[in-house]
Design a protein around this ligand. Structure first.
Ligand code: HEM
Ligand code: CU
Length: 562
């Protein structure tokens, strides 16, 4: 059967054509959040260039009116890890929910509120960071002290995601009332699960900021317990990586197969994967604290096991997404064991970017297993191995996928054809080559003991580091990634400013199932039940920890180190 002979999964047109589903008053805050995300990517990425050049002794912060490497690194971390990912996630998942449920979001107030809180949070945090009042890196560990505007800004960014979460849950409710006894449409379901997971996961930083850092910063609390603060941070800090990743999974599972002319393997399997991510993502935080003193070993081991449980849905993702791609490649005439790979539409920049992102994710996942292992972690902890790893996960699997998604999403939202398609293709490949060199450099240097979060260019021990060649690879690869980012923004601005108007509204490319919703057991649609399972697992992983850890050891007044 050829790709074209298959029944079309989507009827009707896109944003413009579907009056009553895509409401203008809901679309502008969605576009606004996407715009904030891309601003975050642009400015954050520029800081990345300077971090990469620092590795070979080129330190140019003063020329850019920044006080230090660490001020730049705070901008990089906050804008990329929070603003870019939250903004894109809110916008993309909201839009997919509208398409999935075939109805507007339940609340226009909430989607507009999500935009305004994100804007306010960005402005507050940016003000504090740019005035050098919050050079505390994106983890804002106590006892380092930042301006209260920074904590408030970070909190507002989280509030924006929680408003989106509430809106998604309400939208599913409204859909259920309109369609009693039907399974939740998959495209809506996966977005709701992503945000429900995050609602549970964000509790740690919410408690940290509201009950510890802000009162301590404002002087209402004289001292705090840095170790306990770190436990709260990492309660959120690992699950956040799944919050970054799951919107990319949504695209890999449900959009990319359609773009390559394939079908998703099965409805129930996708639900299973998202539910496993919901229940296993949160009770894992201590794997970031294997080397921290004062935390009972037995609890570290509990978190070790849950961490490895999340490897499983990731492996299922690898195999099922591959199956969908193979389905597409064979439908396009691919033959033999691997012949289908070359038949995939590699000339489509949206597809190429996401396929390359998936390839890099294989290496990102493999290096993640090193970090997560109790003993190997000792070798790589706090070395540049770690940024080597996560520029292949969030820095590429997520970022390059989001970039690939925008190659259809921005034409869809703006009604303008994508311009510079060859440039866009070059962009994707350049990022791919760049990150492989960059990560190779960071990882090898890390294995030789080069620390992370350090201005190597200014370090007095610089000559003792034997990673000269590796640091050059980091610098060259990082520069290629930034050039790729610049190409990306040229393509996007070109499209927005000079793209030809599309003759017909586009449709969102949503894939069909080989085994559809009708075969899905009702249990896989019971979100409340699975949320409860998630809460119980969190309780098992954290209540004994708190009991063993308490009483708090609040000894640290705030200090300013910058
Ligand atoms: C565009 C090219 C990029 C370059 C050249 C780059 C470079 C770097 C370097 C060298 C570091 C390590 C700094 C250190 O440990 O001292 C770093 C850290 C980091 N990068 Fe990137 N990066 C890029 C893109 C991204 C992207 C797309 C993301 C996420 C979406 C990202 C997220 C982060 C985060 C969260 C950190 C950790 C910051 C910290 O330790 O406080 N980076 N980056
Ligand atoms: Cu983690």
């Amino acid at each position: 059967m050829s790709a074209t002979a298959r029944p079309q999964a989507v009827a009707g047109g896109g944003a413009v054509a579907r009056e009553g589903v895509f409401l203008a008053e809901q679309l502008w805050p969605i576009k606004g959040q996407l715009a904030l995300a891309l601003i975050g990517l642009a400015v954050g990425g520029l800081m990345g260039l300077m971090q990469a050049l620092d590795r070979v002794g080129i330190v140019i912060y003063k020329g850019l009116l920044l006080q230090s490497y660490y001020q730049g690194l705070t901008i990089h971390g906050v804008l990329l890890a929070f603003l870019f990912t939250f903004g894109f996630g809110n916008a993309f998942v909201s839009l997919m929910a509208i398409r999935g449920f075939e109805r507007p979001l339940a609340s226009t107030f909430l989607v507009q509120g999500a935009f305004w809180t994100m804007l306010a949070g960005t402005l507050l945090a940016a003000y504090a960071i740019l005035r050098n009042q919050a050079t505390v890196l994106f983890t804002f560990y106590a006892p380092m002290r930042a301006s209260s505007l920074f904590y408030l800004g970070a909190a507002l960014l989280v509030v924006s995601t929680l408003l989106t979460a509430l809106n998604l849950v309400l939208t599913r409710r409204a859909w259920q009332r309109e369609h009693p006894a039907e399974r939740t449409p998959l495209l809506g379901f996966v977005g709701v699960v992503t945000y429900v997971m995050w609602a549970l996961a964000s509790l740690g930083v919410v408690v940290l900021v509201v009950f510890f850092l802000l009162p301590w910063q404002l002087g209402w609390l004289k001292t705090t317990d840095p170790q306990f603060n770190r436990i709260l941070f990492w309660y959120t800090g690992h699950a956040i990586v799944y919050f970054w990743l799951m919107p990319a999974y949504i695209s890999w599972y449900l959009i990319v197969p359609r773009q390559v002319g394939g079908r998703v393997f099965s409805d129930s399997l996708v639900r299973l994967v998202f539910i496993l991510l919901l229940i296993f993502s949160v009770p894992t935080g201590l794997h970031h604290q294997y080397v921290d003193p004062g935390i009972p070993t037995v609890m570290k081991v509990v978190h070790l096991f849950t961490t490895f449980s999340v490897v499983y849905p990731s492996l299922v993702t690898a195999f099922t997404v591959m199956a969908a791609l193979e389905d597409g490649g064979r439908a396009r005439g691919g033959r033999g064991l691997l012949g289908w790979i070359w038949k995939l539409p590699w000339g489509d920049p949206s597809v190429a970017a996401q396929l390359l992102a998936m390839l890099v994710f294989i290496l990102g996942g493999a290096t993640g297993i090193v970090n997560a292992s109790y003993n190997l972690n000792n070798v790589v902890h706090n070395t540049s191995f770690i940024p080597g790893h996560f520029h292949m996960t969030v820095g590429t699997a997520v970022a390059l996928s989001f970039i690939g998604i925008t190659y259809w999403l921005i034409p869809y939202l703006s009604g303008r054809e994508l311009m510079g398609r060859r440039l866009a293709l070059a962009q994707a490949w350049l990022w791919f080559v760049g990150v492989l060199l960059f990560a190779r450099g960071q990882i090898a240097a890390g294995l030789l003991g080069e620390p992370r979060r350090s201005s190597i260019g200014e370090a007095p021990y610089r000559d003792l580091i034997s990673a000269g060649l590796d640091n050059w690879l980091t610098a060259i690869g990082g520069t290629l990634m930034v050039i790729s980012g610049a190409l990306y923004f040229i393509v996007i601005l070109w499209t927005l400013l000079a793209g030809r108007r599309l003759a017909q509204p586009m449709e969102i490319p949503v894939a069909e199932m080989r085994f559809g919703a009708r075969e899905t057991a009702p249990l896989w649609d019971r979100l409340g039940f699975w949320f409860l399972v998630g809460v119980i697992l969190v309780a098992i992983a954290y209540i004994p920890l708190f009991v063993l850890y308490l009483p708090l050891n609040s000894v640290s007044p705030p200090i300013k180190v910058y």
